[in-house]
Design a protein around this ligand. Structure first.
Ligand code: PLP
Length: 365
């Protein structure tokens, strides 16, 4: 039996059918319908954010929010992320400038940001990697001091809180992903949480082709609207999310118990005052102490039908499509972590025996 890297949470089929029945009656399938409005309210409340705009996916949420802020020139960001973050910057005609990450939690190193600021810099786009929160206070200070927008990629941070505050309240805006493989999903989907209501108006138009009214198109927008079927899936999944996160927590705790003493394996930090979402279970492999490389372990798991993930590897600055444009040697910590990291299979309700099987393989010499 093959073991996937994750498995989406699903409501009972009957629950979903009940939720989509009104759509048959209204024939309102997309374009900010009732389910869309209901999910917007529920999510803003769950995530403890003042404003939220739903989108077709996390990636378009990033593209739309970068456009809404009318950014120009250079954007300071991290190469230790999913393709989406860097692509969204480049697809907005902006130049990514890569900042290194911290060894401890893999988020942008605030001490290295100011050295990268030039007169062309317009924003900072950090990522809350694996649900580890960035140093939001320090980054806010830097943003304010230099007049830069701060937009977080919070795709990994659904439900994460710091001292009771939702992850999406930091900076000017935060982007969430509701892809099937994320902690909370709407099949495909995403959202922008933001502070300034004017940004909400821009997002509303931008996600609908920039149309302001009949015959009035003021922005070069896109189509990034969430449809009613996806919103309905979100409404169902949100009812069960706390229990699903608890179940993820139990799986993560079992991994932790099995692997925390192992030589050559470093586990994810548990940040103080942070309520976790157990989105991922990454481990770092120190080849010498562990006795084999990350790639060898990845291969051995794969031979046994177990799909782990080199996430994130390679760095986005090393992608073929950006060849010759960036030097990953300028972000040495990110480069090293990308060579060592392996994300183990994890989902809500993952049987503990499966975790034992995976750990037995990892710990066998
Ligand atoms: C998943 C993800 C995205 C993109 O979200 P989609 O909903 O898949 O478009 C962006 N950034 C990060 C860090 C992600 O993990």
């Amino acid at each position: 039996m093959e073991i996937p890297v994750t498995r989406p949470s699903m409501p009972e089929m009957e629950e979903y059918i009940e939720e989509i029945k009104p759509i048959w009656e209204s024939r309102w399938l997309t374009n900010m319908g009732e389910k869309h409005e209901e999910l917007t309210k529920q999510l803003a409340s769950y995530l403890k954010v003042p404003n939220l705009s739903l989108m077709v996916n996390g990636h378009m949420s990033l593209e739309m929010v970068l456009q809404a802020f009318h950014l120009t020139g250079e954007v300071i960001t991290t190469p230790f992320t999913f393709a989406s973050t860097t692509h969204a910057i480049v697809r907005n005609g902006l130049s990514p400038v890569f900042c290194d990450i911290r060894e401890t939690d893999f988020t942008m190193d605030p001490e290295k940001i100011e050295g990268l600021i030039t007169e062309k810099t317009s924003a900072i786009v950090p990522v809350h990697v694996y649900g580890n929160l960035c140093d939001v206070e320090r980054i806010e200070e830097i943003g304010k001091k230099h007049g830069l927008k701060v937009i977080y990629d919070a795709a990994h941070a659904f439900g994460v809180e710091k001292d009771g505050k939702g992850a999406g309240v930091f900076g000017d805006a935060s982007v969430f992903s509701f892809h099937a493989t994320k902690v909370f999903h709407t099949i495909e989907g995403g959202a922008v949480a933001f502070q300034d209501e004017k940004i909400g108006e821009s997002l509303y138009h931008l996600k609908n082709f920039g149309i302001m009214g009949e015959g009035i198109v003021e922005d070069v927008g896109a189509n990034a609207k969430m449809n009613e079927f996806c919103a309905a899936m979100g409404i169902c999944n949100l009812r069960h999310i706390d229990r699903e996160i608890e179940k993820r927590g139990r799986a993560a705790a079992h991994y932790r118990k099995r692997l925390e003493q192992a030589a050559g394996i470093t586990l994810k930090v548990q940040q103080e005052g942070v309520k976790e979402n157990y989105a991922y279970f990454p481990i770092l492999i120190e080849e010498e102490a562990f006795g084999k490389s990350r790639d060898r372990l990845y291969g051995e798991l794969r031979e046994q039908g177990i799909y782990s993930r080199k996430y994130f590897y390679p760095l986005t600055s090393d992608f073929d499509c950006y060849r010759g444009q960036f030097l990953s040697s300028e972000t040495p910590v990110a480069k090293e972590i990308a060579e060592k990291v392996l994300v183990l299979p994890l989902w809500a309700g993952m049987p503990l025996e499966l975790i034992d099987r995976i750990c037995d393989i990892i710990l066998s010499k």
